[in-house]
Design a protein around this ligand. Structure first.
Ligand code: NAD
Length: 492
């Protein structure tokens, strides 16, 4: 499918204060279909004045009593209505995502649309369940005076939400749904590669009845529009998902401005196979952990640790999966892996594979681009049988590239797994509960899976240890991220 085959209208403007708009200076940039490399559309390249207009609209909507003081049940109702509209327009949103991002249409339907609906409904429920506590104080003066003390959670204010391109619609919903449930207003900046579903989401929110300015979407480059949004004085809270490199820049700016900030960053997640595992299950699980979404997953299982006695069997099993994977357009039902998101990203992934080979890794499967137009990289397995300090073991690739290493005892595997600046996800594959729990205890990661990988749920907190981020999304924890505690002390 190409642009001309997409039968719906593609919205290509920003959505600010309840209206579509171009950038003030008229500048635009191109977005592409990664399966063919052809241009889909031009979208506004926001400058400082556009960011200022969006933040001003969000500020006005926050200060007005219509949103933050709206009865929580009414905010819940609007979020549920948005969930219904996303569901009803699911075929269009899924096709738009596959056209612009390249993922398989089935995953666009199940994860981008289905996941967004699930998260919107779960977070809608929180709007009516935000609560504080009452406290007994020890204050004993002036004599005879008593105190009634309590806390309440109040919305953090105007939220700047900056998201990456790997799950464009879902990542946007992970930010906006809890922020809106808590009574915040939002300026959302999608990644420059994949802005189209976020624009449509804002339009659907408007259709659901969200007041103007409550949800604004600006399109633009990270270094200009994104940076202007982060440093804008009208923003109270920044929530960012993206690379650790950019997360450090944003964290510094927020520290300087004393703005609240949540950071969901990169990963280099280990997959630890124990010697008692069911080998077929481990092979399929490890292949899925790295190749799902073409490896463009922050928790992708990119480092594999296998007992030396089973190394050849398990690595060859995963290599077979890689060799048999059918590459192609995400719209083609026969396709098992689509393209990477952009030409630039494909070049980065290809250069990291080449570096892995040059530093002594053995390419057991993949390594090429499948001889195709579009931004394809074959699923790749690199054996590092002598545990060389390869760059590709240390640095995030964010593509379908697995590095496999043998180990002799499990403590050695855990030490290697923890010898990383990252700590986002990890999985262990075993049939023995006590052994699984020992690995769970020892691995430094925000999420540890047992006999599964990459599973997320709106009820389950998600976030990183170490350089993988600060804060947690989902579950009860998310309410803290979008509210401030206000203490109230009444003398009587
Ligand atoms: P990126 O950091 O390059 O860009 C992410 C977003 O930040 C984009 O919208 C971009 O425009 C914006 N941006 C870039 N520079 C900026 C700046 N100076 N100021 C403000 N905004 C700026 O990341 P990416 O390449 O789009 O995404 C891949 C990365 O995201 C990977 O490292 C991946 O691990 C990470 N990620 C993390 C999670 C998580 O939950 N931990 C989830 C998905 C992706």
């Amino acid at each position: 499918m190409d642009r001309q085959d997409f039968t719906h209208t593609i919205r290509t403007q920003m959505f600010v204060d309840g209206r579509f708009c171009a950038s003030g200076n008229g500048r635009t940039f191109a977005v592409f279909n990664p399966a063919t490399g052809t241009e889909i559309a031009q979208v506004p390249d926001a400058g400082d004045a556009d960011i200022d207009a969006a933040v001003t609209a969000a500020r006005r909507a926050f200060e007005a009593d219509t949103w933050r003081r709206m009865p929580p049940a009414e905010r819940e109702r609007l979020l549920l209505k948005l969930a219904d509209l996303v569901e009803r327009n699911g075929d269009e949103l899924a096709a738009l995502e596959t056209l612009n991002q390249g993922k398989l249409l089935g995953f666009s339907k199940m994860l981008e649309v289905g996941g967004s609906v699930q998260w919107l409904r779960y977070m809608a429920g929180w709007a009516t369940k935000i609560e504080g506590s009452t406290l007994d104080l020890s204050l004993a003066f002036p004599p005879g005076v008593r105190y009634n003390a309590s806390t309440r959670r109040v919305p953090a204010g105007v939220v700047a939400a900056i998201v990456p391109w790997n799950f464009p619609l879902l990542m946007a919903v992970w930010k906006i749904a809890p922020a809106l449930a808590c009574g915040c207003t939002v300026v959302l900046k999608p990644a420059e590669e994949t802005p189209l579903t976020a624009i449509r989401l804002a339009e659907l929110a408007h259709e659901a009845g969200f007041p103007p300015g409550v949800l604004n979407v600006v399109t633009g480059q990270g270094e200009t529009a994104g940076a202007a949004l982060v440093r804008h004085a009208g923003v109270d809270k920044v929530t960012f998902t993206g690379s650790t490199e950019v997360g450090r820049i944003i964290g510094k700016q927020c520290a300087n401005d004393l703005k609240r900030v949540s950071l969901e960053l990169g990963g280099k997640s280990p997959v630890i196979v124990l010697d008692d595992c069911d080998p077929q299950r481990a092979i399929e699980g490890a292949a899925g952990a790295i190749f799902f979404n073409h490896g463009q997953v922050c928790t992708a299982g990119s480092r594999l640790y296998v007992p030396r006695a089973r190394f050849d069997e398990i690595v060859e099993g995963i290599a077979q999966v890689a060799r048999n994977t059918v590459l192609g357009s995400g719209f083609d039902a026969a396709t098992q892996m689509g393209p990477l998101v952009s030409a630039r990203h494909r070049a980065k992934v290809a250069s990291m594979i080449a570096q892995g080979r040059a530093e002594g890794g053995e390419i057991v499967a993949g390594g090429g681009d499948g001889n195709r137009a579009g931004y394809f990289v074959e699923p790749t397995v690199i054996a590092n049988a002598t545990n060389k300090p390869l760059t590709v073991v240390r640095e995030e690739v964010f593509g379908p590239v697995l590095v496999a290493m043998p180990y002799d005892d499990v403590d050695e595997a855990i030490a290697a797994a923890n010898a990383s600046e990252y700590g986002l996800g990890a999985s262990v594959w075993t049939n023995q509960l006590d052994r699984a729990l020992r690995v769970v205890d020892a691995v430094q990661a925000g999420t540890v899976w047992v006999n599964t990988h990459n599973m997320v749920d709106p009820a389950l907190p998600f976030g990183g240890f170490k350089a993988s981020g600060i804060g947690r999304e989902h579950g009860r924890a998310i309410i803290d991220a979008y509210t401030e505690t206000k203490s109230v002390c009444i003398a009587y």
